[in-house]
Ligand binder design. Structure first.
Ligand SMILES: Nc1ncnc2c1ncn2[C@@H]1O[C@H](COP(=O)(O)OP(=O)(O)OP(=O)(O)O)[C@@H](O)[C@H]1O
Length: 266
C-alpha cells in the first residue's frame, strides 16, 4: 500500500491537546491525551470499539458539556484559545469544529433547508442562494440537484455530502468526522475519501475510522487510542498509544500495542 507522505515542514498545529482527561465516577475513560493535529491534513483516529474515539471528538467541540456526569480536564488549544475556557461561545465553537457522525442524518425538511439552517441560526447576512450553490460545488453534488426534495429520501451518499455541505457553509476550521462512511458501499466510500483529500486545502480533518484500510488510503497521520492498565486504576483506561505518520504506524510502529493493533492481534 502507498501512503500519503507527511508534509515536509511541520507548521503550527491546527489543534493541540494537553493532558485531556475524561472521568466518569471513579473510572477514567480517557487518560492524559496530549498531541498536536497538523493543519490541513487528515488524521485518522483508530482504536478498538468502545475505547473512547467518539468521546474524544465530543470533548473537542464541547458536546461533552451536555453530559454533566462526565468530568473533563486538560486543555484544547485552537491557535491561542483554550476551547475549554468558560467564555468560549459553544454554539460558534461547534460551527468552527463541525462534527458529522455516520450514518449522517439530515434534519427533516428539504436539501435547501438543511444547508441553510445553521447559517440562519447564526444570523448569516450574506446571500443564501449563493452560499448554497458554493457549498454544493465544494462537496461535489450535482448542480441540477432538486433542492426542494426531502433530504431524508436521498441516498446515504447524498445525505452525507449534504451534512458536509451544511457544516462547510459555516466555514469550519476543523471537520470532526466520526465514521462518516458507515452506510456507504465501497465505491461511494472511495469517492468520499477522494473528496476529503481535496478538502484538506481548506480544512483540517480528524477522521474516526474502524477501517484501517481507510486510514491507510487517506490519512497522513494516524492516532491510536487503546485501553491499558495503569497502576492506580482498577479498570483499563484509554491512552494515546501512538501518533505518527500513517506510513510509520503501519510499517514501523514504535509501540508493541500499535504493532498488535495494525496486525489484527488486538
Ligand atoms: N456519559 C457517559 N457516561 C458513562 N460512560 C460513558 C459516557 N460516554 C461514553 N462513555 C463510555 O466511554 C467509552 C467510550 O465510548 P465511545 O463511544 O467514545 O467509544 P468508541 O471508541 O467511539 O467506540 P466505537 O468504535 O464502537 O464507536 C464507552 O465505554 C462508553 O460506555
Amino acid at each position: 500500500m502507498e501512503f500519503l507522505p507527511p508534509p515536509p515542514r511541520f507548521t503550527d498545529p491546527a489543534l493541540r491537546l494537553q493532558g485531556l482527561t475524561v472521568e466518569h465516577g471513579d473510572h477514567c475513560l480517557l487518560h492524559q491525551i496530549s498531541c498536536e493535529f497538523p493543519q490541513q491534513t487528515i488524521t485518522a483516529i483508530v482504536g478498538p470499539s468502545g475505547c473512547g474515539k467518539t468521546l474524544l471528538l465530543r470533548c473537542l467541540n464541547r458536546l461533552s458539556d451536555l453530559q454533566p456526569e462526565l468530568r473533563v480536564s486538560g486543555q484544547i488549544w485552537l491557535r491561542d484559545r483554550n476551547l475549554r475556557d468558560r467564555q468560549v461561545n459553544v454554539e460558534s465553537l461547534r460551527c468552527q469544529l463541525a462534527l458529522i457522525r455516520g450514518p449522517a442524518t439530515p434534519i427533516a425538511g428539504s436539501l435547501y433547508d438543511n444547508i441553510v439552517l445553521p447559517a440562519r441560526l447564526q444570523g448569516y447576512r450574506g446571500n443564501l442562494e449563493a452560499l448554497v450553490r458554493e457549498v454544493l460545488t465544494i462537496v461535489e453534488l450535482p448542480e441540477n440537484l432538486d433542492l426542494q426534495q426531502a433530504a431524508r429520501h436521498c441516498s446515504p451518499e447524498t445525505q452525507l455530502r449534504l451534512c458536509l455541505a451544511r457544516a462547510i457553509a459555516m466555514e469550519p476550521d476543523i471537520l470532526l468526522l466520526d465514521e462518516p462512511c458507515l452506510p456507504l458501499d465501497s465505491a461511494a466510500t472511495l469517492a468520499f475519501e477522494e473528496l476529503l483529500l481535496r478538502l484538506c486545502d481548506r480544512h483540517t480533518i480528524l477522521l474516526i475510522t474502524n477501517n484501517l484500510a481507510q486510514a491507510g488510503r487517506c490519512a497522513t497521520y494516524t492516532a491510536l487510542l487503546h485501553p491499558v492498565l495503569i497502576d492506580e486504576q482498577k479498570l483499563p483506561v484509554t491512552k494515546l498509544i501512538e501518533f505518527a505518520p500513517t506510513s510509520q504506524i503501519f510499517r514501523q510502529p514504535q509501540h508493541p500495542i500499535t504493532d498488535d493493533f495494525v496486525c489484527g492481534r488486538r
